[in-house]
Design a binder for this molecule. Structure first.
Ligand code: DDH
Length: 309
């Protein structure tokens, strides 16, 4: 009683092709007037949010395969607010290459291209994710295998260390190191009030991948923002100069002893952070990816998904 779906294969597993796509992505990163002048950070957030829905025991499994964020209900998950910007920025590259690359590959590949382009480590990445087409009819026998993950699987920024461990364990990450390393991606980019209610940057170098998230977390003195004016935002933390910020889940890395000792390691050793981040981000982007045996693009064959329904 497996559900068989139609897929759009990512037809190429060829390194010449993907280096051309890499050049296309690098060419659009700098954009004066956009945030801090670079679209890279929001592309990294897109890659992470595709993958971070994965549930080791879930039905549907979630994860980056399928590019399911194009569809209801994932597309309206409040956690994904603002990511239409990232998807639209990549659309010309998708249009240029058509069926040679799936959305699911393009969105995850962009994440690893950006990390490296902005000074971070290389991250191992494999193509072969296949886009899900919208189901044309309800699943057989009212099976609840809807293929698109429900809302609420991504971490909630207002929560604590136990929540972080719970969400990452559900994805299949049982180690604290991966959780802390991945959080170091907040060296990049910013919070937008109109996306999530939070506001500000984590570092003074939001277009550079470095270990400053950990340096700032440990070296600054943090206080709850006193929102004044018309808008009362969620609880967030600002530094003494009110120039940079942390989310409650970022502060949880400071307040939990086991997390904190890893934060200290990454503050003192950026190379170690880069190695651990690279490993964890590569694992994250592979969660739930079903490939044919050749590890490639599946040859355009239909594949079975969701064998739990
Ligand atoms: Fe994040 N993140 N993230 N994040 N994230 C936001 C922005 C960015 C959480 C919440 C937020 C990761 C983990 C967590 C990036 C990468 C990664 C914003 C603000 C919130 C809120 C969005 C906005 O307002 O536009 C929470 C909670 C977690 C967690 O607890 C685990 C991880 C694992 C990554 C990763 O890439 C590996 C990036 C980059 C941004 C900046 C986006 C931008 O537009 O700039």
């Amino acid at each position: 009683n497996n559900v068989i779906s139609s897929f759009l294969p990512s037809a190429s597993n060829d390194s010449v092709f993907f280096s051309a796509v890499e050049q296309d992505i690098r060419a659009i990163l700098k954009r004066p007037g956009f945030d801090n002048g670079n679209i890279g950070p929001i592309l990294v957030r897109l890659a992470w949010h595709c993958a971070g829905t994965f549930d080791v025991n879930g039905c549907p499994a979630g994860g980056s395969d399928g590019a399911t964020m194009r569809f209801f209900p994932e597309v309206v998950d409040p956690a994904n607010n603002g990511l239409e910007v990232a998807r639209n920025l990549l659309e010309p590259i998708k249009q240029k290459h058509g069926d040679k690359i799936s959305y699911a590959d393009l969105w995850t590949f962009s994440g690893v291209v950006v990390i490296h382009a902005l000074g971070g480590p290389r991250v191992a990445w494999k193509p072969g994710r296949i886009d899900l087409f919208p189901p044309t009819s309800p699943p057989p026998n009212n099976s609840h295998c809807q293929k698109v993950p429900q809302n609420g699987r991504l971490p909630d920024a207002s929560r604590d260390a136990a929540h972080l461990r719970g969400v990452f364990r559900r994805m299949g990450f049982s180690d604290d190191r991966a959780i802390v390393a991945l959080a170091g991606a907040h060296c990049l980019g910013m919070c937008h009030m109109d996306h999530t209610g939070y506001d500000g940057v984590w570092t003074h170098t939001p277009n550079v991948f470095n270990n400053h998230f950990f340096v700032n977390l440990l070296d600054k003195t943090w206080h709850k923002r006193d929102w004044d004016g018309d808008w009362t935002g969620p609880v967030q933390y600002d530094d003494e100069d009110e120039q940079i910020m942390m989310l409650p889940t970022d502060m949880a890395l400071l307040w939990d002893d086991a997390f904190r000792s890893i934060v200290e390691e990454y503050k003192d050793d950026q190379d170690l952070f880069f190695r651990d981040f690279s490993d964890a981000f590569a694992r994250l982007l592979e969660l739930g990816v079903a490939r044919s045996n050749d590890g490639g693009a599946n040859g355009g064959q239909e594949v079975l998904i969701c064998d739990q329904c």
